[in-house]
Design a protein around this ligand. Structure first.
Ligand SMILES: Nc1nc2c(ncn2[C@@H]2O[C@H](COP(=O)(O)OP(=O)(O)OP(=O)(O)O)[C@@H](O)[C@H]2O)c(=O)[nH]1
Ligand SMILES: [Mg+2]
Length: 225
C-alpha cells in the first residue's frame, strides 16, 4: 500500500517539475496557457471555436492563438478547428484518461507557436483524472454543461476546486433538462468560492464575450500587467 502511494507521489513530483519548466518557458515568451477541463461532450471544443473567432477576428488575423487537442482516440476536434483556420495540434493518448507534462513537452517541440500567443489546451473529456495533473498552464478552466446535471460540483469537487472559473454550457437546454442553477451555483461556491460562473450557449456564441473578458483580465493579472 505505502509502496503504491510512494510511486504515485514520485509520478506527480516528476510531472510537476516538468510542468513548471514548461510554464516558465512559455511565460518567458509571453504565451498565456489555459488548461480546459470537463466531461465528454460538455462543449469544450465549441467554446474553443467561439473564443478563436473572437481572438482571431476575420481570417484569424488578430491575436495569435494555438490549440492542443487531447483525446483518447481520433483527431476529430483538431480537424474541425483546422477547418476553421485555427492552428490546432492533436495528442492521442491511446487510452490515458488525462494529459500530462511530458505529452505537452513532446507536442510543443513540433508546434509553430508565436510569442505572445494564447495557448488553449483541451484536456481529455473526464471530470476526475485531469484535475490531478498540471501540464504547464497558467490557469485551469472547467466546462460543465447543464445536460450533465446540477449536482456536478458536489460529486466531482476536485476539478471545480482546481479551476479558476467554470463555464456553464448549453444554457439553451436548461429548461428541457430541468437544470437547477441555484443548486449548481451553491455547489460551485462551496467547492470553488473564488471561481465565477460564466454561462454560455456554445452554438450561438451567447455569453462567450464575457468569458473572453474574464480571460483577458486573468491574463493581465497573472502576467503582472
Ligand atoms: N444545445 C447546445 N449544444 C451545444 C452547446 N455547446 C456544445 N453543444 C453541442 O454539444 C456537442 C458536444 O460539443 P463539443 O464542443 O464537441 O464538446 P467537447 O466537450 O469538446 O466533447 P469531447 O471532446 O468529445 O469531450 C456538440 O454536438 C455541440 O454542438 C450549447 O451551448 N448548446
Ligand atoms: Mg472536444
Amino acid at each position: 500500500m505505502s509502496i503504491s502511494i510512494d510511486i504515485k507521489r514520485a509520478i506527480y513530483e516528476e510531472n510537476d517539475t516538468r510542468a513548471q519548466a514548461i510554464n516558465a518557458s512559455l511565460r518567458a515568451r509571453g504565451i498565456f496557457t489555459i488548461n480546459i477541463l470537463g466531461g465528454p461532450g460538455a462543449g469544450k471544443t465549441s467554446l474553443i471555436s467561439r473564443l478563436a473567432e473572437r481572438l482571431g477576428g476575420e481570417g484569424f488575423a488578430g491575436e495569435a492563438l494555438a490549440v492542443i487537442e487531447g483525446d483518447v482516440a481520433s483527431d476529430i476536434d483538431t480537424k474541425f478547428l483546422r477547418e476553421l483556420g485555427v492552428e490546432a495540434y492533436q495528442i492521442e493518448t491511446g487510452g490515458d484518461c488525462h494529459l500530462n507534462a511530458p505529452m505537452i513537452e513532446s507536442i510543443l517541440s513540433k508546434m509553430r507557436l508565436k510569442d505572445g500567443s494564447w495557448l488553449l489546451i483541451e484536456n481529455i473529456g473526464n471530470l476526475v483524472c485531469p484535475a490531478e495533473y498540471v501540464i504547464g498552464e497558467d490557469l485551469k478552466l472547467v466546462v460543465a454543461s447543464v445536460a450533465e446535471g446540477s449536482d456536478k460540483p458536489y460529486k466531482y469537487p476536485f476539478i471545480f476546486a482546481k479551476s479558476a472559473a467554470c463555464v456553464l454550457t448549453k444554457i439553451d437546454l436548461a429548461g428541457a433538462v430541468g437544470f437547477d442553477e441555484a443548486y449548481f451555483r451553491a455547489g460551485l461556491a462551496a467547492t470553488a468560492p473564488l471561481a465565477p460562473l460564466l454561462p454560455i450557449n456554445g452554438r450561438t456564441g451567447e455569453g462567450v464575450d464575457a468569458v473572453l473578458d474574464w480571460l483577458r483580465a486573468s491574463r493581465a493579472r497573472l502576467s503582472g500587467a
